[in-house]
Design a protein around this ligand. Structure first.
Ligand SMILES: [Zn+2]
Ligand SMILES: [Zn+2]
Length: 101
């Protein structure tokens, strides 16, 4: 990603406006691309042998901690509602759910 983009994301994190990243055209476009590449299947469920529809794309390394990986395909995974919920709410007790997506 460009320096400009990274500075923009860092600014959003600093100002607590990360939702602006998640509603930006650049993210939406990438999200659709990742979902398409994975045939709209949840990658985590797939590893368990299940076919579940992915509804969103998750940052394996959280955006707030690694903004430089925000648009890095290796850091993104297509994921279903359930797995995403587990990731952000269950497996990490004490996680404040700041990322939300
Ligand atoms: Zn899943
Ligand atoms: Zn997530």
């Amino acid at each position: 990603m460009t320096e400009e983009m990274l500075n923009w994301i860092r600014g959003l994190i600093r100002d607590n406006k990360v939702h602006e990243f998640y509603t930006s055209p650049v993210w939406r476009r990438l999200q659709v691309q990742i979902l398409k590449e994975n045939h709209y299947e949840c990658e985590r469920c797939k590893r368990k042998g299940l076919v579940v529809k992915a509804t969103t794309v998750h940052h394996k390394k959280y955006l707030r901690i690694h903004p430089e990986l925000a648009l890095d395909q290796d850091n993104l995974e297509s994921i279903c509602e359930r797995c995403h919920y587990d990731e952000h709410h269950r497996k990490k007790p004490g996680f404040t759910n700041e990322e939300r997506w």
